[in-house]
Design a protein around this ligand. Structure first.
Ligand code: PEP
Length: 248
């Protein structure tokens, strides 16, 4: 394995001002030549973005937001944050289409608008896709992924997109796909991107219950360009352990 690997920490609505300091050990690791292939990205809650940007300033760790509004202009959207606001404080990435947001505000159309808005601001997009348990049971996975990708990326030609395959049934449950089925899905996603999108060498990462134990199996899938990590990334020791076990 020679390519760079993404380790994207999705802190969701966890962490507070004190937890920012817990990242110091990760910053130290990011400066260690041995782990230079690790591209670490922290996506904390909006209110911690500035603190994260400050503490990671002298490292190669990047910072992202967990969502953005679809509007490309400022407007009367109480409680919302635009891609422009995220970019203006110095963040580089934004997660779009996370299944926890697809439950409420997001659908393939709003996700498409959000991605356009983020790319216009030159933010890199972590685009989440994945089927629910119900869709998996009804053998709808391929169709769901195809719709999410083609509708989410309608009229978009841009390479600044990382595809995060996150089967919804795997998020926060401790259940992960077998390596064989994960490999099959990654190949399927590549095929869809190849056929319908003008994106060269797409980066595809996996997310869903990645932890210090299952990482030794997951890292064997050479098609994977990294991991989107929720729960385990909020514990610095575990996050470091995952990075070290992947890149050894
Ligand atoms: C996520 O929410 O993106 C995620 C991968 O969560 P977890 O690792 O906790 O399953």
């Amino acid at each position: 394995m020679t390519n760079n690997m993404f380790f994207i920490a999705n802190w969701k609505m966890f962490g507070d001002i004190r937890s920012v300091n817990s990242t110091k050990k990760v910053i130290k690791l990011s400066k260690n030549k041995k782990y230079k292939r690790a591209q670490i990205i922290y996506c904390p809650p909006y209110t911690l973005l500035e603190k994260f940007l400050k503490i990671t300033k002298k490292s190669k760790i990047k910072i992202g937001a967990q969502n953005c509004h679809y509007s490309q202009r400022p407007g009367p959207f109480t409680g919302s944050i635009s891609a422009n606001l995220i970019k203006s404080i110095g963040a580089n990435y934004v997660i779009i289409g996370h299944s926890e947001n697809r439950i409420s505000e997001d659908n393939n159309h709003t996700i498409n608008l959000k991605i356009k808005s983020a790319l216009k601001e030159k933010l890199k997009v972590i685009f989440c896709i994945g089927e629910t348990l119900n869709e998996k049971r009804r053998n709808k996975t391929n169709l769901v992924l195809k719709n999410q990708i083609t509708r989410g990326l309608k009229n978009i030609k841009n390479n600044n997109i990382i595809f995060a395959y996150e089967p919804v049934w795997s998020i926060g449950t401790g259940v992960i796909p077998t390596n064989n089925s994960l490999k099959k899905q990654i190949l399927n996603i590549k095929k869809i991107i190849n056929k319908f999108c003008k994106i060269k060498n797409p980066k595809i990462i996996y997310g869903g219950s990645v932890n210090t134990k299952n990482i030794t199996e997951l890292k064997k899938i050479s098609l994977i360009n990294g991991f989107l990590i929720g729960g385990a990334s909020q514990n610095t020791k575990n996050f470091i352990d995952i990075i070290k076990k992947t890149i050894n």
